[in-house]
Design a protein around this ligand. Sequence first.
Ligand code: NDP
Length: 488
Amino acid sequence: MTVRTKQQTYLNYINGQWVPSASGKTEASLNPANIDDIVGYVQESGVEDVNVAVEAARRAQAAWRKLSGPKRGEYLFRAADVLKKRLDEIAETMTREMGKTLPEAKGEVQRGVNILRYYAGEGMRSIGEVIPSTDSEALMFTTRVPLGVVGVITPWNFPVAIPIWKIAPAIVYGNTVVFKPAQETAVTAAKIVECFDEAGLPAGVVNLVTGKGSVIGNAIAEHPHIHGITFTGSNEVGKTIAQKAVARGAKYQLEMGGKNPVIVLEDADLDRAVEATISGGLRSTGQKCTATSRVFVQRTVYDQFKEKLLAKVKQLNIGNGLEDGVWMGPCASQKQLETVLSYIQKGIEEGATLVYGGQRLTDGERAKGFYVQPTIFENVSPDMTIAREEIFGPVLALIKVDSLEEALSLANDTPFGLSASIFTQNIGKMLAFIQDIEAGLVRINEESAGVELQAPFGGMKQSSSHSREQGRAAIEFFTAMKTVLVKG
Ligand code: NDP
């Protein structure tokens, strides 16, 4: 594998200028497939940098909100074109920075292009409705206005798609943005912002500040001039952001973890169910909030399902995501690898049976990266840690059930409620699942992971703050509604 020797330093982007952080401190962004490979250096900003960015976003607000929706949409169309032009390069950066395979990274950048185009079009769609007034001489209608300055705090697992599905609706509805990406993928984030810059977005509309979440993410959550915060990441951090937002009356939107089940019933197409369990649970090294984690299989087909699953999992090629034919890359960071290994250890200690995997991979080139085997447990009881907490790694827990009712009851026995899937041919069972499963994303004969940008996305229970992102649903968070009555 080529190791780059000349690394670029990436700056903050504030008021249309690329600027160093006030402290001048930088941090290396490493390749989790090969820690000798430094992807770039990024700014380690402080509270003062956030303050300057918020001020720039505030100043830009007045003119930006006055532009028409279609005009704002034009900037998004241009940004989409630039991102499309740079698709291969940005996908490669993503793979080097967080480890997912190159085909997955390319798919994600293309999704970013599509999201930009979708929200560009959104600039031309309706922002209100006429409501009949009891006064026949009055016109009553709703309209929507931007919140003002929005703080965008994002994780490393989808370093292009998640920032874009927050920034694009934020700005098309007239907000300006202070964007704080995960420090682990800050180079990729800088490249997204370069696309907005190259698209000619007016100064101050999107501002990038990189650095530690505990410092600058916290500063965004507490800043009195940030009117809305949209966050994706862990439940722990999400809850602290919510508390800070509530304390000062700011709007907030949280997308957090999952412990997503798949239910495989005895009439299921087992080959499809196996494919979907592998793809949903192990792709992107299990680092998706919608990843399959718990696999409930009806007892009558359990052995057959397990055998087919194991046969396929054993064949997966694990390596550097830049290489052809690699199916699964490393964990995104050393911290993530350690978390996954500690959950595997807990699974063993608490009495689950390790059926496959469980080890860090350190042979050959893999010694330089954060690789772990895909891992399968069985005899997992519902009270075990691996059945309850989000692992965010390639670990599947197989659980035998006697009936759909039992599967539903166990599947719902979790604080999370993001995504869930079932494999069955029986329409009655599908309908019961749709009705009774506690999940924001319900999938029938399809894997738990996978979202479409034009449809609402979000979870029930502790997986989200009960709002929805993407599609037209985004308008609910990024705008405030006015009800207007006009009398001549
Ligand atoms: P975090 O929730 O810590 O990080 C998400 C974002 O929040 C990052 O930009 C981070 O900054 C920022 N952040 C961290 N602390 C604060 C704070 N006090 N105030 C404001 N912002 C903050 O997730 P991790 O990356 O540490 O991952 C931990 C676990 O979270 C994973 O194992 C997984 O279970 C879950 N997770 C879920 C995701 C999802 O898609 N739902 C995505 C990522 C993680 P920085 O990291 O740069 O310091």
